[in-house]
Design a protein around this ligand. Structure first.
Ligand SMILES: Nc1nc2c(c(=O)[nH]1)N[C@H]1C(S)=C(S)[C@@H](COP(=O)(O)O)O[C@H]1N2
Ligand SMILES: [Mo]
Length: 426
């Protein structure tokens, strides 16, 4: 099956017409904007907004998504696209750090380069990657470290994401280790660095105009990491990393480099801005600390690559937009995932977290995928109810009902809630 997917893909990527081989979208296309002003601020207190409060905008190859910023491009996926276990490519969120994005890529010239402390300095075309290496597929959740950052109290700087800076896809590509073995990693290598094609100034005077991330040589995640050329059986959308991106299962998306064009074996630790000081978390069990401890210089910070994504779950339906009716069954549905292993239990509460009952889990697409759940609830009296959901993974990690706080606004995983109104049946 993989073989035929691949032949089809190859045709799509390289074949006649080549519509996708060189995309010529204008990244400046604009959108229909909301006609009435939206509320401007979502906190403090219980947050009624699942997504961030932002206008819809349309970019090439994308459905209308919620715009956080346009330089760099940051687009959030609206809640209803999480009704399916795989997030549609056209609705998949977008996050960049720099403002000059590759707008078209000529695959007759593009080459992936392996350089640095390798026995052989190699170059591969996209066709080489597709045809010379065994394709592998993995379902995995890509989640921004700052997903749900708008919930932080006190608030922290950075994109004020709601819950939609995440997505699940079936990724197909080459095992990173197959590429590294072909080049021959020489002794003395400490990290493998990845760089893409986007450029820009980045934060002032920090030498940050190239987005680069490195994984430790010897980190077990390298065994599962792939360089993906397909997402849900299609070429990657340009804004999600065409022609190839890194998929680092279980790790936050900051390591999932897009448009990967350079892979380097480093003999010294990568100290570029995007490794340090950016993207660091307190070295505490759940990445949490306090503003006071940070101010007092008490907190040891480590790269977020040292941790896996904490367990999370989300209520997708009901979304509170319409009332429920006494005696009428309603399906509470959503998704759950964990970077630590398979989700083994999802529980739903209809009394704001006082009592919990198990939900039915959907199909298992592997431990790094979203897992859907469903719970049938028949409200017996009118009123306002708070539905809550919490997941447990195979390592026994369970979502806390306490908020996370750290200066980067990372690793949020508090139990999610949805308020609903139940009306009397007439
Ligand atoms: N080349 C490149 N890759 C990148 C980034 C970037 O700015 N440039 N951002 C990273 C971060 S922080 C995130 S959250 C994910 C977002 O992936 P997506 O835009 O495909 O959703 O890409 C990662 N890979
Ligand atoms: Mo991110």
């Amino acid at each position: 099956m993989e073989k035929s997917i691949n032949r089809r893909l190859l045709l799509k990527l390289l074949g006649a017409g080549g519509a996708l081989a060189t995309l010529r979208p204008s990244l400046a296309q604009t959108s229909a904007q909301a006609e009435t002003p939206l509320p401007s601020f979502t906190g403090p207190g219980p947050n009624p907004y699942w997504n961030g409060v932002n206008p819809f905008v349309v970019y090439p190859q994308k459905l209308p998504l919620l715009r956080l910023t346009d330089r760099p491009v940051q687009l959030e996926t609206p809640r209803h696209y999480f009704r399916t276990v795989f997030t549609p490519n056209e609705a998949f969120y977008v996050r960049y750090h720099l403002d000059e994005l590759p707008n078209e890529i000529d695959l007759s010239k593009w080459r992936l380069k392996l350089e640095g402390n390798f026995a052989r300095q190699l170059e591969f075309s996209l066709e080489d990657l597709i045809t010379k290496f065994k394709p592998v597929s993995i379902a995995a959740v890509n989640q921004c470290s700052g997903n749900s950052r708008s919930r932080f109290q006190p608030r922290v700087a950075g994109g004020q994401w709601g819950n939609g800076a995440m997505g699940n896809a079936l990724w197909t590509g080459v095992r990173l280790m197959d590429l590294l073995e072909a080049a021959g990693v020489k002794p003395g290598t400490v990290q493998i660095q990845f760089e893409g094609l986007d450029r820009g100034k980045g934060p002032e005077n920090l030498g940050s105009g190239r987005f680069m991330k490195s994984l430790d040589w010897g980190d077990p995640v390298l065994e599962e990491t792939i360089l993906a050329y397909a997402m849900n059986g299609e070429p990657l959308p340009m804004l999600n990393g065409f022609p190839v991106r890194l998929v680092v299962p279980g790790k936050f998306a900051t390591y999932w480099l897009k448009h990967v064009t350079w892979i380097r074996a480093l003999t010294e630790e990568d100290k570029n801005f995007w490794m340090t000081p950016a993207y660091k978390v307190p070295d505490t069990p759940n990445g949490s600390t306090t503003p006071e401890d940070v101010a007092a210089g008490k907190v040891k910070m480590v790269p977020i690559g040292k941790v896996n994504m904490p367990v999370r779950s989300f209520i997708i339906d009901p979304d509170g937009s319409s009332p429920l009716v006494v005696g009428m069954p309603v399906k509470v549905r959503g998704i759950a995932f964990s970077g630590h292993g398979k989700v083994v239990k999802v529980e739903v509460s209809t009394d704001d977290g006082k009592t919990w009952r198990p939900a039915l889990l959907g199909p298992d697409y592997g431990k790094y995928s979203f897992r859907t759940f469903e719970f049938t609830w028949r409200p017996s009296a009118p009123g306002t109810y708070v539905i809550a959901v919490r997941a447990t993974d195979e390592k026994g990690n369970i979502q806390p009902d306490t908020p996370v706080w750290n200066p980067g606004g990372y690793m949020w995983n508090k139990i999610e809630r949805q308020e609903v109104v139940v009306l009397a049946a007439k």
